[in-house]
Design a protein around this ligand. Structure first.
Ligand SMILES: [Zn+2]
Length: 65
């Protein structure tokens, strides 16, 4: 399993993703990009951190309910 994601309230994250199409898409895109980069360069750029911090900011701005 992954460790904690700093800056993201993990219990709020799933609820947020449930209602926020935009963040779901961000995460899906990041996943896709990581896959593409790891094929082409065998070394993914540090996208995950940037994506997670964007999503984390959105989670904090609009807590899932
Ligand atoms: Zn969002």
């Amino acid at each position: 399993m992954d460790g904690e994601e700093p800056g993201i309230p993990s219990d709020g994250l799933e609820a947020h993703l449930d209602m926020c199409l935009r963040c779901r898409k961000l995460l899906a895109d990041a996943d896709e990009l990581n896959r593409l980069f790891s094929v082409n360069h065998s070394r993914a750029p540090d996208l995950t951190e940037a994506i997670l911090s964007a999503v984390g900011a959105d989670v904090r701005r609009r807590p899932g309910r």
